[in-house]
Write a protein that binds this ligand. Sequence first.
Ligand code: 5GP
Ligand code: ZN
Length: 327
Amino acid sequence: MEASLDNASELPDAVPPDTSVAGTGYTTPTFLQALIDADILIPTGVDGIYGRSGVYEAIAEGMNALVTQAGADQHAEVLRFPPTTPRKDFEDSEYLKSFPHLAGTVHSFCGNERDHFRLLERLEEGEDWTDQQRPTRVVLTPAACYPIYPVMARRGPLPPEGRVVDVFSYCFRHEPSLEPTRMQMFRMREYVRLGNAGQILAFRQMWIERGQALADQLELRHMLDVANDPFFGRGGKLVADNQRDQKLKFELLIPVNDGAPPTACMSFNYHVDHFSTVWTLRTSDGEKAHTGCAAFGIDRLTLALLRQHGLELGQWPKTVRAALGGI
Ligand code: 5GP
Ligand code: ZN
């Protein structure tokens, strides 16, 4: 999530806006407009949903491969899921308690011919037809690690050394925005750790250091800060404050957007025993398992590279191109 920071004076230089448009809070040409003008992002007419060019994809794939390289010694179990989660697991996860405003559900037409006729009629009249849709058994995945906890719970207690899982998914969050870094569908790569508290905290510290080293290698200006997730409502504010007080979430922030605070491009999370309260995730000695994850926003990192090194790959530092697989 994008962090709001009080210690802005300690931040690396914000990317200077080109020219500001008085009163709008936006600048022109915005980074988004520059990406569109260069055919790197292809607008679809919906804010936060873009097509991507070959160059963009090459950077994103290079970025993902670099994360694989950084985690090679983890011998993580690789698991890939389509960008959907069973609705039942999603309901159990309590996501709707915390982030109802971000959730995306999948609905389909399940009616008979008469219903179909009604649907077409409404469409023809320009009326709302979506009440003819029914919820399916799947929702859109909100974070790459969500599908794995019930799967791990079904396997029984963890081995004594716990587990490390490597996941990657397109994720959906309903937050349309003109900031290119706030997409509605974006790719998230994660290493997820399941074990006891000590194992999770050691894992998270190791990934914080690796994340910083990755950003250094890519010559991206960055800083680390404590963060919170955007919990919904007044009660959510208390949960967010508690998350910060307990330092459960750290983010690696990189300046990307015009005149805006830096963007969270990686996050390092400690969920304590949240997921083992929801599912029967147990350690080898029968205790509630703790979990944590290191998440890499592949699209945000791609945008950060384009912002800090420019839209012309030819102008990028050679070492950065080499680190991304020789793009
Ligand atoms: P978190 O679960 O910590 O909110 O997200 C994990 C990572 O996913 C973030 O650090 C960020 O890199 C990426 N991410 C979160 N929200 C968005 C978004 O709206 N757009 C994009 N492109 N990436 C996001
Ligand atoms: Zn996660």
